[in-house]
Design a protein around this ligand. Structure first.
Ligand code: ADP
Length: 548
């Protein structure tokens, strides 16, 4: 029997219409050097129409890619709405990528236009001559007119001021009808090995993913919220927070380029977000800043912090909650899964300290995503909370391929192989023990670098810790612990090893230790273990024994 229901394409255009019609009073507030600037979702809708007209006048008329080279701010949100709604494809460029990766990505996606923030003009100017398919550059932001436009022009591209382009255009646009399965946006993975790979989202997948993020089991966002995406809009769609906010009428509080703990906390005090999202390293910096400045209180407004991108240590969650009244919810996902696929929270009836078993893990999958664990033998493993293997997922917002890049290895019978190793329990909770490339193989057994890091970071003198496998003649690999101590701390490897021995099996304890100033970060702020492995291989680390 056919359903009698209407066809209603789930598109970014539908999100745009909804925000402007139902939540015209929602606001986007952007940090500036000396405060903030704001506009309503009603105004945003009109400016998105102007931007679409402007892009059309520059020749965008189809599914051409329009790139952004921007921080989280109002203009980037305008691009998030206008570009997919006009039928073009939004390509968010990660401003922190290595030059050769950035050039590869922009050329591979064949970006035609790039919108750049005034503050990022010098950085883009360096790469622009190599971005072969770019024809036009739009410079956005309050300081655009005084940016070094000649540095961009010397590349031979046409350079325009974003505000001038918008000013010339009408506030209405003939938005085309769009098939919900057409491409709305694309993101490249940061490519730890080989070239980065492109994931192309559709309108439908972006719509459904944003609804998933808005669910009570994930963010539980409503129009009472003020949402601060610290996770960049160029990192996996800022985890769907911008579209979820436009859907629910929550206001958006955008940090622009002020991402260090001190200005971030100042901005939070002014803009009073109720929820936020960022990788663990950001929250560990914020925690440190709050500990050092007890007069800063965020808990009277900030109720929920979504945290993911790498494992979120229980000690970090507890410290933010116990000392500063901020609730942290761990989420898991990847660029290939739009990205949010699961969110943590204890099951019904679990209380007290028992909740940490669940809140320390990656949580339960959102509806629309299915998962399984597959062992080395290629067979599905038991969902018993014990059997360990690779997590595979499929679902309504999970990619089925990479853009112009066959990688059959990454898929098995329609499931995406995540490269994450872990287990599933009978209640559907995921616990990841490692990324397969970070697992330490010692004497035929696996040691979880994540478990060791979490245990180490619970030590009061340890600010950060990263554990990598180093070659070992007898055991094949053994863990090397790289530790960042808190200011003034003098703890020795032997003491840290004893501390670990309370929670970690003896054969897993690191026998090599090194103290470093800070753990290197990737372009999206995760611990960069590649760099530590290289430091070790190049003999750049002072390695101490566990008996030291
Ligand atoms: P990159 O590969 O550059 O890190 P992604 O941002 O897509 O790109 O990263 C996805 C990966 O991040 C996941 O496959 C997983 O390894 C890791 N990850 C994300 N969230 C979590 C989490 N909550 N716990 C552990 N690992 C996580």
């Amino acid at each position: 029997m056919r359903s009698t229901m209407q066809e209603f394409p789930l598109t970014i255009g539908a999100i745009r219409r909804h925000a402007a019609a139902v939540h015209p009073d929602g606001q986007v507030i952007t940090a500036t050097a000396d405060g903030s600037r704001s506009q309503t979702y009603g105004e945003l809708g009109l400016r998105a129409a102007r931007l679409a007209n402007g892009l059309r006048s520059l020749g965008i008329d189809g599914d051409q890619r329009v790139a952004t080279f921007q921080w989280n701010n109002a203009e980037h949100l305008e691009a998030y709405l206008a570009i997919p709604s006009m039928g073009a494809v939004l390509h968010t460029l990660n401003i922190r990528l290595f030059p050769e990766q950035l050039v590869y990505i922009a050329n591979h996606a064949e970006d035609r236009v790039v919108i750049v923030d005034d503050s990022l003009v010098p950085l883009l100017a360096k790469h622009l001559p190599q971005l072969e398919t770019i024809e036009h550059v739009l410079v956005a932001g309050p300081e655009a007119a005084s940016a070094d436009l000649d540095a961009l022009r010397s590349s031979g591209k046409e350079v325009h001021l974003y505000e001038e382009v918008l000013a010339d255009q009408p506030e209405t646009f003939e938005w085309p009808e769009i098939d919900e399965r057409d491409a709305s946006a694309m993101c490249y993975t940061s490519g730890t090995t080989g070239n980065p790979k492109g994931v192309v989202y559709s309108h439908r997948t972006s719509y459904l993913h944003s609804m998933g993020v808005a669910l009570g089991i994930c963010s539980g966002m409503t129009w009472h919220d003020r949402v601060l995406p610290i996770v960049p809009m160029f990192h996996a769609n800022a985890w769907g927070l911008p579209y979820a906010a436009l859907m629910t009428g929550a206001s958006l509080v955008m940090p622009d380029r002020w991402l260090q703990a001190e200005p971030l906390c100042r901005f939070m005090r002014e803009a009073r977000p109720t929820m936020s999202g960022a990788v663990p390293t950001v929250w560990s910096d914020v925690l440190n800043h709050l500990d050092q400045n007890p007069d800063i209180n965020l808990s009277d407004h900030l109720k929920l912090v979504l945290c993911g991108g790498s494992a979120v240590p229980v000690s970090l969650q507890q410290a933010l909650e116990d000392r500063h009244g901020i609730y942290v919810k761990q989420a898991w996902g990847m660029t290939e899964t739009s990205p949010v696929a699961s969110a943590a929270g204890a099951p019904l009836g679990v209380e007290g300290d028992d909740v940490w078993h669940y809140r320390g893990g990656q949580g339960r999958l959102l509806p629309g995503v299915e998962g399984r664990i597959v062992g080395d033998d290629g067979q599905e493993a038991a969902r018993d909370g014990e059997a360990v293997g690779e997590l595979e997922v499929r679902g309504a917002w999970v990619t089925g391929a990479y853009y112009k890049d066959d990688d059959a290895e990454k898929f098995r019978d329609g499931w995406l192989r995540t490269g994450d190793v872990g287990k599933l329990d009978p209640l559907g909770y995921i616990t990841l023990t490692d990324r397969s490339k970070d697992v330490i193989k010692s004497g035929g057994e696996w040691i979880s670098s994540v478990d060791l890091e979490n245990a180490l970071m619970a030590h009061p003198d340890v600010l950060e810790a990263a554990v990598v496998g180093i070659p070992d003649e007898k055991w094949q690999e053994r863990p090397l612990a790289s530790v960042v101590l808190r200011e003034g701390a003098t703890v020795k490897p032997a003491e840290l090893r004893d501390f670990l021995a309370d929670s970690v099996a003896k054969w897993q304890l690191p026998d090599a230790w090194t103290f470093i100033e800070s753990v290197p970060r990737t372009s999206v702020g995760k611990f960069d273990k590649k760099v530590i492995r290289k430091w070790y291989a190049d003999g750049d680390l002072e390695v101490r024994s566990a008996q030291d």
